[in-house]
Ligand binder design. Structure first.
Ligand code: ADP
Ligand code: 5GP
Length: 209
């Protein structure tokens, strides 16, 4: 499940709410060239790497997708955990930007579900982003400019969640996850189909002798 939307809209907050309700859900840990914020831990929020190391990973195919999210700042999703999650049927959440979401759609098609988190209005977005007190004035400008581009792409997503109040937004994300467990697009249904057809064949032979 790919969760995107403007910086400061509350993706992290809503995803944390989902994880509290659904502890089996795993998070994809991205690598980034940005510096850790106070309190961030290597391997928990991100793998913090140098520009040279990031470039190396881009070259080796270790990344499912990568993007220059802000000028000179790179982020990428390690491929390994995604491959493993798809094979094992584990729910994995990628909190990545819109460019990354579109790359994932290209690579995985509908095996990934794309969720766009929108603010109820732009004033709320600015208020949340400033309220978080993590950005410099320049960072704030970049994030709000990027937000416009991302909002233009919201029509490319499978689901839209408007994060007005936190709890209903968490509930909505949980509902998306539940619905996707029943989607033929994201479920490995062919095994069940083959088994049922084999049983039907057997059933017919048994009942008609
Ligand atoms: P993102 O991960 O999208 O960048 P965060 O989860 O860090 O955003 O949220 C940005 C700020 O907005 C945080 O201070 C968070 O507490 C606050 N926030 C999140 N959701 C809501 C909401 N529904 N109403 C008001 N504030 C919110
Ligand atoms: P932040 O620096 O605030 O942690 O994240 C900034 C932006 O980078 C967010 O919009 C987040 O979704 C995005 N991001 C985080 N990891 C990745 C990633 O692996 N790939 C892409 N494309 N974007 C990411």
């Amino acid at each position: 499940m790919v969760v995107s939307g403007p910086s400061g809209v509350g993706k992290g907050t809503v995803i944390a709410g989902l994880l509290a309700r659904q502890p089996h859900v795993q998070m994809s840990v991205s690598c980034t060239t940005r510096a850790p914020r106070p309190g961030e831990q290597e391997g928990r929020e991100y793998y913090f790497v140098s520009a040279a190391e990031f470039e190396r990973r881009q070259g080796t195919g270790e990344l499912l997708e990568w993007a220059e999210v802000y000028p000179g700042v790179f982020y990428g999703t390690p491929q390994g955990p995604v491959t493993e999650a798809l094979a094992a049927g584990v729910d994995l959440v990628l909190e990545i930007d819109d460019q990354g979401a579109q790359s994932v759609r290209e690579k995985l098609g509908r095996r990934a579900v794309l969720v766009f988190v929108a603010p109820p209005d732009f004033v709320a977005l600015r208020r949340r982003l400033t309220g978080r007190q993590t950005e410099t004035p320049e960072g704030l400008r970049e994030r709000l400019a990027t937000a416009r581009k991302e909002i233009r792409n919201m029509g490319l997503y499978d689901y839209l969640i408007v994060n007005d109040q936190i709890e209903p937004a968490v509930q909505a994300l949980e509902e998306v996850l539940r619905a996707e467990h029943h989607s033929l697009q994201t479920t490995d249904w062919r095994g069940l189909q083959a088994r049922l057809l084999a049983q039907a064949e057997h059933d017919e032979v048994a009942s008609h002798g």
